[in-house]
Design a protein around this ligand. Sequence first.
Ligand code: SAH
Ligand code: F3S
Length: 493
Amino acid sequence: MKKRTDVLKEAIEEKVIDEKKQGESLVLEAKEGNTRKLFIESYGCQMNFSDSEIVASILANEGFNTTQRLEDADLVLVNTCSIRDKAEQTVRKRLEKYNAVKRTNPKMKVGVLGCMAERLKSKFLEEEKIVDMVVGPDAYKDLPNLLKEVEEGRDAVNVILSKDETYGDVAPVRLGGNGITAFVSITRGCDNMCTFCVVPFTRGRERSRDPQSILEEVNDLATKGYKEITLLGQNVDSYLWYGGGLKKDFKNASEMQQATATDFAQLLELVATAQPKMRIRFSTSNPQDMKEDVLHAIAKHKNICNYIHLPVQSGSTRILKAMNRQHTREEYMALIDKVHEIIPDCAISQDMITGFPSETEVDHQDTLSLMEYVKYDFGFMFMYSERPGTMAARKLEDDVPEAVKKRRLVEIVDLQQKHSAFRTKQFLGKTVEVLIEKESKKNEDEWSGRTQQNTVAVFPKEHYKPGDFVMVKINECTTATLIGEAVGYSENM
Ligand code: SAH
Ligand code: F3S
């Protein structure tokens, strides 16, 4: 019999996987005249899924149409994640699968994209013989040249990180989506240097994308019938456009440049005003960079969703300091109070890490009591995984035993489930706005969509259709799902 901890851990992994459609191969409309076949799949964060759409767009101009059959592919690309060791192991297993397929299709070429490519660089070619091409997150525009190298029988590597690449000029093709919700990236990289995190090493320095090109992409999505966009960045709150380049240059720049700069709250307002009939979401916020004017922008615009993903990682000020998070437990709690004061019905979700080096039972209790204070709507919880090259790996001993990390993880997951159930119950008897996304997995007579707060709601289809904003009266609920009936269209949207 499986141990309870394993079952729970699998449930968590599953939730994350379900949420982010891990490893789904993506297919787009065939471009006429294209004869080569590309199989592309993505792991990890939403940004990787968004990047794969940029890659598919670049390769469509090189004669590639996407395929869902690995066996048919001329080129296989895997967009990889390095955030935890397990994420890397998953990719290694996929490479074994490609290897088996290559035996029947020897002409097939294999490229590795994303964070693992950046972390391992040309070492990848030595470690995994199947790999022909290694391409870091800032080098996708070089793919046509790298492909030529590969076709001429040479291995190809480009892992150069950039100070200004934002792919603002590449129109992404929308892969495997529902035609209703889409991601739009607004920043790349991260300057925060949390001591546990590999992202600043794999995705480089933080840079923001020109608001004009963001607006153009959003307007284009609206024309194509999309109803909801999620603005993406590792740390959206530090979005700042003043003409390109690294943010630190701005600090020394002239007042005139300051006067023309656009920050995240302004960007939110720009997008929300340009498309008042579209829902706007954003991810991820960082407590240390989130400013009050962002909260006011959410409160002011009906179409900016009342939901903030606000990772905290730990409830202990001592551990937060060791993680190089720039706030205390009390400052985070004050921010939560502010959110509720300015946006009373705002949902909040967390990311949490158990077993960071030196974490004691007292620190863990601090995490549990912080969770009790906030009562998060959702959460993504992980055991600490030491990542090579990070400050934590270099300076701190990974000294919390695996079994203790796991037990603490189970405890926070249990508590989160309790809080999720509590939050979901608050909707009982209320009527809420739901954007219909697809048919319910469990019942073909029902639609499934999400509330502004990001909670899934299901209800009988009647005459409604995907893409409609519908008012739904909530009659029942499970821990994570609202069950109700439609009472009409939303007047706000
Ligand atoms: N700002 C980013 C965070 C990326 S990592 C974003 O856009 O989401 C996502 C989450 O993974 C982090 O919030 C953290 O909880 C977790 N994580 C990152 N590094 C980790 C590590 N070394 N071990 C365990 N979990 C980690
Ligand atoms: Fe990682 Fe911290 Fe940036 S978690 S992505 S270094 S905000």
